[in-house]
Write a protein that binds this ligand. Structure first.
Ligand code: UDP
Ligand code: MG
Length: 355
């Protein structure tokens, strides 16, 4: 594991030193807590952008982000992870890779945002890594404030949505339900309304990368590794171009991934529910038998029998389903497949020596 004081990383990090006389430097110095320039110049920062069909958005985001990173006076790199896009995302990103500091990692197909983030984190070499979406919903201007908090000692600075009123009732209810279920019984809590937009110190990134699991529910993993975290309230901008790929079906799948990865209480709940139903059922069975033997009363009520039968079968199938979800996750883990496959890498990634 690379420690935060490992100097060899500095040698490998793509270096874009700030140009003297940059007009934006003064403003940035104020924004980043007026750190002495020399202190900032020894630090390096990586920005990771997972992208699935974000060509038009990247055209706007990359120049914006470049200006912001110049202004930090730190050494920086921008890593675009193309998650199997079918539009011109790769072409746009690779055109920027002609400049040093820009890198593009193209995955062989669409592996999902969590895998794309992991690929970006694995490639990042900075002392801190910022994760942000490619659709301009995560305002790059906030990076200055994140850096200021990091320089002041925070190990994680995560953006928290101030309100979700722009979302549908279904999504708001679903997210409330999810957080109450996932945080029901553990020593750490997954912060509500916090997403992937965050800055993480090298220590945190190394801790995340040391986690071996394949099912990577990132919001849970961020919380699991801990560290000193600072929340930064923000209001996400509307998506610049295109539509979100996280529809209801994908969100439900993500929620089930999160629940199975970070809780075991549903398994216990199944046993408790089974016990709670079995005990009265046994008692009732005994009552019917005694009633018949002692008093000769025949059992009546065909409807009752059918309804209770269906009820118990339903409970049993739900229980098998819950257990099945956990078994499926075990199966995924033991297969041990890589999380993603890289088709190509471009840019001044000094690790590969390519330009
Ligand atoms: N994304 C990705 N792979 C996917 C889906 C999305 O890399 O399979 C990226 C997407 O390009 C964007 C970010 O993840 O940069 C967030 O996606 P989106 O805007 O669709 O989600 P939402 O903002 O609704 O959470
Ligand atoms: Mg979005």
């Amino acid at each position: 594991m690379i420690s935060s004081t490992d100097n060899s990383r500095h040698a490998r990090a793509p270096i874009r030193l700030p140009q003297t006389g940059d007009a934006t430097l003064l403003a940035a110095e104020a924004d980043t807590g007026a750190q002495p320039a020399a202190q900032n110049e020894t630090r390096s920062i990586s920005c990771v952008i997972p992208c699935y069909n974000e060509g038009p958005n990247l055209r706007r985001l990359l120049p914006l982000l470049e200006d912001i990173l110049w202004a930090t006076r730190m050494r920086w790199e921008i890593i675009v992870v193309d998650d199997g896009s079918t539009d011109d995302t790769v072409a746009v990103a690779e055109a920027w890779c002609e400049l040093s500091g820009f890198r593009c990692i193209s995955l062989s197909r669409n592996f999902g945002k969590e895998a794309a983030l992991t690929a970006g984190l694995a490639a990042a070499t900075g002392d801190a890594v910022v994760l942000l979406d490619g659709d301009l919903q995560h305002s790059p201007e906030l990076i200055h404030t994140m850096i200021a908090q990091w320089v002041a000692g925070a190990e994680v600075v995560y953006a928290v949505r101030e309100q979700r009123s722009d979302e549908s009732r279904f999504k708001q209810f679903g997210s409330r339900l999810f957080y109450s279920l996932v945080n029901a019984s553990d020593r750490f809590a997954v912060p509500k309304d916090a997403g992937d937009f965050r800055l993480m110190d090298r220590k945190v990134v190394d801790a995340l990368m040391s986690l071996p699991e394949r099912s990577r529910f990132m919001k849970g993993l961020y919380a699991w590794v801990g560290f000193r975290a600072v929340a930064l309230p923000y209001t996400p901008a509307p998506r610049a171009e295109g539509t979100s790929t996280f529809n209801a079906r994908r969100l439900v799948r993500l929620a089930i991934d999160g629940l199975t990865a970070f809780t075991t209480w549903p398994l216990r709940a199944v046993s408790v529910a089974g016990l709670m139903l079995a005990v009265p059922a046994f008692g009732y069975g005994a009552f019917v038998a005694i009633n018949y033997l002692l008093f000769g009363n025949e059992v009546s009520g065909w409807t009752t029998i059918v309804v209770s039968l269906m009820f118990f079968i339903g409970i049993q199938m739900i229980s098998t389903g819950i257990v099945g979800e956990y078994i499926a996750r075990i199966y995924e883990e033991v297969k041990g497949r890589p999380l993603y496959v890289v088709r190509s890498e471009r840019g001044t990634g000094l690790e590969t020596g390519k330009t």
